[in-house]
Design a protein around this ligand. Structure first.
Ligand code: GN1
Ligand code: MG
Length: 551
């Protein structure tokens, strides 16, 4: 049993910097790493508290994903391998903002351990309750890991560090740790056994042909963002080799490159540029980029004369949707009775992707606010929920009902294939490693080149900008962030500007991971999308207290 005096004493080693007011944002707490020790210590307390309250193992991932190397952050993982429920975020923010050790104890005792916030126990972990911890490659990881361990242990809960692992690997491990009460904690190898095992089973039989006849069809060049993906992706090389794919890793961190600097999925998707260390990659090659913690994936191909042809998260979603639809069409009708399929996007989804989904695939679509926590929840409401952010975060969720029905018909080849897909695709959170295997499998199966995939639909030209304002919380939104509510009058001004552009669409929202306001615009041609984004950024600058030079 724990003792709040021990918590109080341990907390005194991790004082909160004055004037630091963290909040649980789009994907957990994020900030400059030097500010975060108290936050991570308190997240250790929180993860341990949830383990106690739910009588299950929980998880904590120390990462700032695609952010610059000097940032860091922490994401909490619940016993089911999913993200911490949103209902708990306010308490997390309150705990992180306590000014002294007495306040930390008070919030923990009165708010965290109050019956209102705890929820009901789901699965019995048996054995020793443990918080599973992972971290990315940031130099600040060791000291923040020490803070997390101190927080967990202050509540007399065990902590197990998996070291440098990807965010999706940690989510997977937390989920599997809770499957069999009192079983030993899973090894990282179990992740590869399940995901790569399903891939090998799916590709068995050798009837898969190389994707197209292009001379580079066997080559896959992966930009690892100088992040944690490099080491873990290396372990896929033999599996892909069995499919005739030669995977070459770039930006592995071993050449001295900086994390996420001019490389990685966020850079490629937002700047539409070839990542550093890839200038020698032949035009037309199949390439992909992951982000710093390998939960995002985008594909691309270098173009003649520079630039890239990008296949973003929307395109990944459509490829998965098309393929899964093909397989489902082979299933007996009774198996599909009442099975709901749904595709979840955010306002950042390209208008052409949404139109393809609705008009060609005729799939029900849902639009949620930015952040996987919203998309994941919406996808869970369907039996087969496909969700991807345009930046490459996402996965395909299979409901229990659907999996049970597939299991009952496992002798049917299409049912078996979907079951294997449900294992290949990480069910806890979006996963770049599992995503690469899925895409490589589908491309082979359909005998598609990147060009075939790209041709599913043509993206509307778009532009994303960000700018700083005095207080980004002065901007509030509604309707899945597509409409600005405050400052008063800003939406009218934006709507007026949009009306001057053919196929114009634009919106603004405060970032949940950076001190910035993001602007998105799309229009019929690139110059117009650029111009619309600039005009909208100006409106934000003028009406919401822009800082620095006017856009
Ligand atoms: C436009 C954009 O790409 N936003 C990203 C970014 O959130 P912001 O709240 O926009 O900073 O980081 C999130 C976490 O990685 C990711 O879920 C989200 O999609
Ligand atoms: Mg990430």
């Amino acid at each position: 049993m724990f003792d709040f005096n021990i918590v109080r004493k341990a907390s005194s080693d991790y004082p909160k910097p004055a004037d630091f007011h963290p909040s649980y944002g789009t994907a957990g707490f994020r900030s400059k790493a030097t500010l975060l020790s108290s936050t991570v210590f308190r997240c250790g307390l929180l993860a341990a508290s949830r383990a106690i309250l739910l009588n299950s193992h929980t998880g904590l991932m120390i990462t700032a994903s695609h952010n610059p190397v000097d940032d860091n952050g922490v994401k909490m993982v619940d016993p089911n391998g999913g993200m911490m429920p949103q209902s708990f975020e306010a308490v997390a923010t309150e705990l992180a903002n306590c000014e002294d050790d007495d306040a930390v104890v008070a919030v923990l005792r009165d708010r965290v351990f109050s019956p209102m916030s705890s929820g009901s126990p789901r699965s019995a972990a048996g054995g020793a309750l443990t918080v599973l911890i992972g971290h990315d490659t940031r130099p600040s990881a060791p000291s923040l890991l020490a803070a997390a361990l101190a927080g967990v242990r202050a509540l007399a809960v065990h902590a197990h560090s998996y070291g440098c692992v990807t965010t999706p690997q940690l989510h997977f491990l937390v989920h599997s740790a809770n499957q069999i009460p009192a079983a030993p904690l899973p090894q990282l190898q179990s992740y590869f056994d399940v995901i790569v095992g399903a891939f090998l089973e799916l590709t068995k039989g050798g009837e898969l042909e190389a994707a197209g006849a292009g001379s580079n069809s066997s080559l896959l060049v992966v930009d690892c963002a100088n992040g944690v993906g490099a080491e873990q992706l290396g372990k896929l090389v033999p599996a892909l080799e069995s499919l005739g794919v030669e995977m070459q890793l770039r930006n592995t961190g071993r050449g001295g490159g900086q994390l996420n600097y001019q490389c990685g999925a966020d850079f490629v998707q937002k700047d539409r540029l070839l990542p550093t260390e890839m200038n020698d990659v032949p035009v037309g090659s199949r390439c992909c980029s992951v982000d710093g913690d390998a939960d995002r994936l985008v594909y691309f191909s270098p173009l003649k004369g520079g630039g890239i042809s990008l296949l973003d998260g929307d395109k990944v979603a459509m490829l998965a949707a098309v393929y899964i639809r093909d397989v489902m069409e082979l299933l007996p009708a009774e198996l599909l009775h009442d099975i709901q399929v749904c595709c979840v996007q955010t306002a950042y989804a390209n208008g052409a992707a949404t139109a393809y989904l609705q008009n060609i695939l005729r799939l029900p679509t849902v639009c949620t606010p930015t952040g996987v926590k919203y998309l994941h929840e919406a996808a869970h409401n369907a039996d087969l929920g496909i969700y991807f952010e345009s930046n490459g975060h996402g996965t395909v969720l299979f409901s229990k009902t659907f999996v049970e029905r597939l299991k009952a018909m496992e002798d049917h080849p299409a049912a078996k294939e979907l079951l294997l897909l449900s294992q290949l695709i990480n069910q806890t959170v979006g996963d770049a490693i599992s995503g690469i295997l899925l895409i490589e499998f589908i491309l082979r199966r359909k005998r598609w080149t990147l060009q075939d995939w790209q041709a599913l639909y043509t993206d509307l030209p778009s532009r994303q900008l960000k700018l700083q304002v005095a207080d980004r919380s002065s901007i509030t939104t509604a309707d899945a962030e597509r409409v600005c509510i405050t400052p008063a009058g800003i939406q009218d001004a934006i709507t007026r500007v949009i009306s001057g552009f053919t196929h114009g669409r634009a919106f603004v929202r405060p970032s949940g991971t950076e001190d910035a306001v993001r602007v998105y615009a799309e229009a019929e041609i690139q110059e117009q999308a650029d111009e619309l984004a600039r005009l909208v950024a100006r409106i934000v600058y003028d009406m919401a207290g822009g800082v620095g030079p006017r856009p």
